[in-house]
Write a protein that binds this ligand. Structure first.
Ligand code: COS
Length: 389
């Protein structure tokens, strides 16, 4: 099926999308149900993606990457998600861990960490959320106390995607609790550092092949050279990172919705009731029409936002929030309707539809709930009014 997206892509981007689709169809599809069932991390697929140079698409060439951006990352994330949302997020979460380094890292830090992330030799992860700090990201309790040339980290991060599997962690911790959000700082912590351990591995509703785990810091001593930029930049870099990675969640949601839609479209043509294919009933046709329209609208908002991000524009928060919200709400609605079209078959584990619905749900929650996204959108709208005065 064609998409208006084709009008936006150059030949290289089309090649990247086609390669990601081929990997998803040939390598991911045969194993997705097993990974989902077992909740096993998809290392063999990560290796295939690494061998195909997929991890460095958004990383500058000088640090071992391809020199693309958010567009390329979204293309691969959508195609993987069309087949398996869990495997897609294991891939995309490495970019979430890498973005703070790209945004704030010194040349030395970039040279040390980005080439391994770009080649896929090491996965990255981002450690922000805590048991008592989810939507209220400014209220984190993990501390980083200065001790000479070192910082000492204490605290627990919760629900960290790629936790335990990644080698490189960007971690947000308070260096000055009295300053609120302005007292948070960002650090790079290597797996294996003394005092840094992994806690509970979560058993989840969806995206089950991805790893979601606690990061536990107990008197974890890291050299001051691991601080990203300066003290106090942790919250800002978190927000700037999300502005650039939320389109990726949008792409994940579009891919999940597209995968579920294609299954239900095909089924509606094959399934006969009352002597005719159910696709001949207007009730089904209108559902299919609404699903396809919502997916295409979401896709256009995602990729236009990705293009804006790649242009270097600073006014991206509102569009990143919009595209994440629209796409994830679309994914939830489309996957639910796709099951409805397939009826009892859609509900059974023998078919991939129920997995699409389980995988879709998280896209309304992570990287900021859709309620938080609406707050961001509204606050940007109100700010724009003030600017006009
Ligand atoms: N880019 C740059 N700076 C930003 C920013 C952005 N997108 N958003 C906020 N800031 C700045 C503000 O300008 C403010 O700076 P000053 O201290 O100079 O005024 C500072 O950050 C604090 O901003 P704000 O007062 O808006 O922070 P709040 O504590 O009210 O929180 C929300 C804002 C709720 C939007 C934020 O906490 C958030 O995004 N929460 C969701 C977190 C999340 O996504 N968690 C899921 C993690 S899954 S990986």
């Amino acid at each position: 099926m064609s998409s208006l997206l084709d009008l936006m892509l150059n030949d290289t981007q089309k090649e990247i999308r086609d390669l990601a689709r081929k990997i998803a169809e040939e390598k991911v599809k045969p194993v997705r149900a097993q990974y989902d069932e077992e909740g096993k991390f998809p290392w063999d697929i990560m290796k295939i993606l690494a061998d195909s140079d997929m991890f460095g698409l958004y990383i500058p060439e000088e640090y071992g990457g391809f020199g693309g951006g958010c567009m390329e990352l979204c293309l691969v994330t959508e195609e993987l998600s069309r087949i398996c949302g869990g495997i897609a997020v294991s891939y995309a979460a490495s970019a979430l861990g890498a973005f703070p380094i790209l945004l704030l890292g010194s040349d030395e830090q970039k040279k040390k960490y980005l080439p391994d992330i770009a080649s896929g030799a090491k996965l990255a992860a981002f450690g922000l959320t805590e048991p008592d700090a989810g939507s209220d990201a400014g209220s984190i309790k993990t501390t980083a106390r200065k001790d000479g040339d070192y910082y000492i980290l204490n605290g627990t991060k919760q629900w960290i995607t790629n936790g335990g599997e990644a080698e490189i962690y960007t971690v947000i911790a308070m260096t000055d609790k009295t300053k609120g959000a302005r007292g948070a700082s960002a650090f790079i912590v290597d797996k294996g550092t003394a005092g840094f351990d992994f806690g509970k591995k979560e058993n989840k509703l969806g995206i089950r092949s991805s790893a979601t785990r606690e990061l536990v810091f107990q008197d974890c001593r890291i050299h001051k050279s691991q601080l990203l930029s300066r003290e106090g930049f942790g919250f800002i870099v978190t927000m700037q990172t999300f502005d650039r990675t939320r389109p990726g969640i949008g792409a994940q949601a579009v891919g999940i919705a597209q995968g579920a839609f294609e299954e239900s479209l095909k089924y509606s043509h094959e399934r006969h009731q009352f002597g005719v294919p159910i696709s001949s009933f207007q009730a089904i046709q209108h559902m299919l029409a609404d699903m396809a329209t919502a997916i295409e609208a979401s896709r256009m908002l995602v990729y236009n936002t990705a293009k804006l991000v790649d242009s270097g524009s600073k006014d991206i928060s509102i569009y990143s929030a919009m595209c994440k919200t629209l796409s994830s709400d679309t994914a939830m609605k489309v996957t639910t309707d796709a099951i409805q079209i397939m009826g009892g078959y859609g509900y059974m584990k023998e078919y991939p539809l129920e997995k699409y619905m389980r995988d879709a749900k998280i896209t309304q929650i992570y990287e900021g709930t859709n309620q938080i996204q609406r707050n961001v959108i509204a606050s940007e709208l109100i700010k724009s009014l003030a600017k006009r005065k």
